[in-house]
Write a protein that binds this ligand. Structure first.
Ligand SMILES: C[S@@+](CC[C@H](N)C(=O)[O-])C[C@H]1O[C@@H](n2cnc3c(N)ncnc32)[C@H](O)[C@@H]1O
Length: 229
């Protein structure tokens, strides 16, 4: 299914509408780009969409090129227009496309499309292998609390954001439709998945149900010994 169909919008509206759907969208992308090493030479963006995060990453890392992987060719065409010659694209699922060796992997509002924890575990292991030592995975997404009362308050806050642009009925309809297709992994479980793949996860930003997580691959190559240990 195309993103436009999933969100019930026209593709040309995406950049404006995503801000009405997701609170703190711009702030989260800014924080995520800041978590990318400024010396990065290659950044892989999973589910790059129209390239809003990738554009920020390219500004942050002036010598970097981006490889954007997305299953939706129309989204990639929009990203190509935005990013120009510093970006290359792969039209495929990031669950199967080979991941090139890189200094950072970033993903904003894309990994909630991974349906199972096992699939995400496999993806995180592949990301760990693709990252150079010291490289980082940066994930921006909805990661609700495990506590059902806290999660209910987080959902109310998300509804309040939607209500700035939509009726109560529309807001309820959006959340219901997305919940039927998207998988929002609780924050602690997402951190465990990252840690299980060998990354060292940190919460770099958190508000309501939304989070920016950064998982760093150790600078010491696995199997090598640190002098004096
Ligand atoms: C909600 S959009 C987010 C786009 C962009 N990262 C942003 O922050 O605005 C999700 C994107 O992930 C892509 N996507 C979802 N599942 C995917 C998969 N398994 N492989 C590749 N792309 C996928 C969609 O096509 C879409 O472009």
């Amino acid at each position: 299914m195309s993103v436009a169909t999933h969100l019930g919008i026209r593709l040309s509206e995406y950049d404006a509408r995503i801000r009405t759907f997701i609170p703190f969208y711009e702030e989260m992308l800014d924080v995520a780009a800041d978590a990318v090493p400024s010396r990065a030479r290659r950044i892989v963006d999973l589910g790059i969409g129209t390239g809003a995060l990738a554009a920020r990453c390219l500004a942050r890392a002036p010598r970097a090129a981006v490889v954007g992987i997305d299953a939706d060719a129309d989204m990639l065409a929009a990203a190509a227009r935005r990013l120009g010659s510093r970006a290359a694209f792969v039209v495929d699922s990031f669950l199967q496309a080979p991941l090139p060796s890189c200094d950072a992997v970033v993903a904003s509002f894309a990994l909630h499309h991974v349906r199972t924890r096992n699939a995400k575990r496999r993806l995180y292991r592949r990301i760990h292998s693709a990252l150079r030592p010291g490289g980082v995975l940066v994930v921006v997404d909805c990661q609700p609390s495990r506590d059902s009362q806290v999660a209910a308050r987080e959902r109310d806050a998300w509804t309040a954001h939607l209500r700035r642009a939509y009726s109560a009925r529309q807001a309820r309809g959006f959340l219901r439709a997305w919940a039927a297709e998207d998988v929002y992994v609780p924050l602690e479980a997402e951190m465990d998945l990252m840690a299980g793949s060998g990354l060292d996860p940190k919460v770099v930003w958190r508000r309501d149900a939304f989070a920016v997580l950064a998982g760093r691959r150790s600078r010491v190559a696995q199997g090598s010994r640190v002098a004096g240990t």
